[in-house]
Design a protein around this ligand. Structure first.
Ligand code: ADP
Ligand code: MG
Length: 255
């Protein structure tokens, strides 16, 4: 190899998108010389580093795009305070795979403050860490985006974009109100993803109150049918974690 070619090495590595090798090859090359690695081992070690960091960069990118609320992970979730949940079951769900492959759903029900958002986000983090793509959003925000897309005639493109996510986490689905106009876009999203792409939804209200969300009873029934058909329903019917914490800290300060 001529000296010119060696000088081009940084550019070539950048063209090939191998930033880790570009960063490490000199140091590792010296070590390889010192320790008498041989070319195959040297190359293998470089490749290993590149693959490892590429994986880490990918997860970091997917965590950023997922827009998950910070700090809401399993590490900070206290299962003991939600006796209606079986920890092993929830952790198995967070491993994804089978239900994600089927485009199945998880529905989290319970009163305000019982940990639905926290749990949905924690499952989301775990899925991203396993290499899945996730997007967390308040359902009302997403409905507004979908409505805007429909007005611009870009709804199909928007749905296609959302299709890249293995799982959408729709927080507070029950806050959507049909008087916001055209909440049928939410139905379209649910129908579009049915049996293909997963949804995790959190909701304060039981299904009996979902007629507040969709424009007409037939659409409400159709939406519930599609969401529930392949779904795990988790009920967090405890007392508000927030309220218990507040009561607990009051007890400590006064006592
Ligand atoms: P919801 O979405 O059901 O209204 P959140 O998930 O927002 O409730 O929970 C309210 C607050 O209490 C959040 O700060 C959340 O992190 C915390 N929280 C709720 N349940 C738990 C739990 N089991 N362990 C730890 N923190 C919890
Ligand atoms: Mg919530």
């Amino acid at each position: 190899m001529s000296a010119t070619d060696i000088a081009k090495l940084p550019v070539m590595l950048s063209t090939l998108r191998l930033p880790t090798i570009a960063r490490l090859w000199q140091d590792l090359g010296q070590r390889a010389d010192r320790e008498g690695w041989g070319t195959a081992r040297f190359l293998a070690v470089l490749c290993e580093h590149e693959i490892h960091e590429r994986h880490a960069r990918r997860i970091a990118r997917h965590l950023a795009e997922a827009a998950l609320p910070p700090g809401k992970t399993f590490a900070t979730f206290d299962f003991a305070s939600v006796p209606t949940l079986r920890k092993a079951h929830v952790l198995a769900l967070a491993q994804g795979d089978a239900w994600l492959d089927q485009g199945a759903n998880i529905l989290l029900f319970g009163p305000s403050g019982t940990g639905k958002t926290h749990l949905g986000a924690a499952i989301g983090v775990a899925l991203v860490e396993q290499g899945h793509r996730v997007m967390f959003t308040r359902t009302t925000d997403l409905v507004q985006m979908l409505q805007a897309a429909r007005r611009d005639l870009s709804l199909p493109a928007m749905l296609a974009k959302l299709d890249r996510f293995d799982c959408l986490i729709l927080d507070d689905l029950g806050y959507v109100r049909k008087d916001q106009a055209e909440t049928s876009v939410l139905f379209e999203l649910i129908a579009e993803r049915y049996e293909r792409r997963s949804i995790i939804a959190t909701c304060n209200q039981p299904f009996s109150e979902w007629n507040q969300i969709f424009p007409d009873p037939a659409m409400t029934v159709a939406a519930i049918d599609r969401l529930v058909h392949h779904a795990t329903i988790l009920e967090l019917n405890t007392e508000s974690y927030r309220r218990r914490k507040a009561a607990g800290s009051k007890a400590t300060t006064s006592g």
